[in-house]
Ligand binder design. Structure first.
Ligand code: PEP
Length: 251
């Protein structure tokens, strides 16, 4: 499976800025991408179409969304459905990002509903999991990952194609803080995630991608991406500038 370099632009960039950043990234990376790598851009909803235009169908680039609501249509003011995302050119979407869990109040159950619904609707889904600082200090890493994964994957068919489902391990204390989990911490958490995936999905889970996220930068990307069970990175702050993100993708 290709290593996935995902850019989470969160609530940043106008349509024009997003299109330009996507085009700049393609110019910096095209022809230089190592074999077995692909790049996923996750802009705000309003910039999906402009980013699709900026990418211009360049080889190795994919488009996705940061969120969706688990219904196809209806009276859900402010929400966007998986069908609308597919229509806008997105093929991937995140579920369970820590900001949605801890800022927007999404429960484990809702994250699970969204993951199953997104997959059933034809999206590829990246389910994000990770412990808060206090949970890590209290020795609850394993319990948090078990809880978030069991609930988050509850409605997913056991025979889901492995390329359609990825996990992202994102320790909450490392997101946007400049604190990176060390190799030992990443190896430990990713091994837990892999074990739980195999328990749920069987042998096909060895081909599912597990991304690391949390203050990934150009100077730490190559070390992280080389670790066992690390099949890509999910990058927030350092993905906003084409030059900085290109150095991660090319690391
Ligand atoms: C994220 O938003 O998923 C993330 C990992 O952010 P940052 O890279 O800024 O820590």
């Amino acid at each position: 499976m290709n290593k996935l370099f995902a850019a989470n632009w969160k609530m940043h960039k106008t349509a024009a800025e997003a299109r330009q950043t996507a085009a700049d990234l393609v110019a910096l990376v095209s022809g230089r991408l190592k074999p077995g790598r692909e790049v996923l851009i996750l802009p705000p909803f309003t910039a999906l179409a402009p980013v699709a235009a900026g990418l211009g169908g360049a080889a190795g680039f994919l488009l996705g969304a940061q969120n969706f609501y688990p219904q196809q249509q209806g009276a859900f003011t402010g929400e966007v459905s998986p069908g609308m995302l597919l229509d806008a050119g997105a093929r991937f979407a995140l579920t369970g990002h820590s900001e949605r869990r801890h800022v927007l109040g999404e429960s484990d159950a809702l994250v699970g509903e969204k993951t199953a619904f997104g997959l059933a609707s034809g999206l590829c889904v990246i389910l994000c999991v990770g412990e808060k600082e206090g949970e890590r200090k209290a020795g609850e890493l394993l319990a948090v990952l078990e809880r978030q994964m069991r609930a988050g994957l509850q409605g997913v068919p056991k025979d889901i194609a492995p390329e359609r489902l990825a996990l992202a391990y994102e320790p909450v204390w490392a997101i946007g803080t400049g604190l990176v989990a060390g190799p030992k911490e990443i190896l430990e958490a990713h091994a837990i995630v892999r074990r739980i995936l195999v328990e749920i999905f069987g042998p096909s889970a060895s081909a599912m991608r597990i991304l690391y996220g949390g203050s990934v930068k150009p100077d730490n990307a190559s070390e992280i991406i080389a670790l066992d069970n690390v099949d890509g990175v999910l990058v927030g702050g350092a993905s906003l500038k084409a030059d900085e993100f290109s150095r991660i993708v090319l690391a």
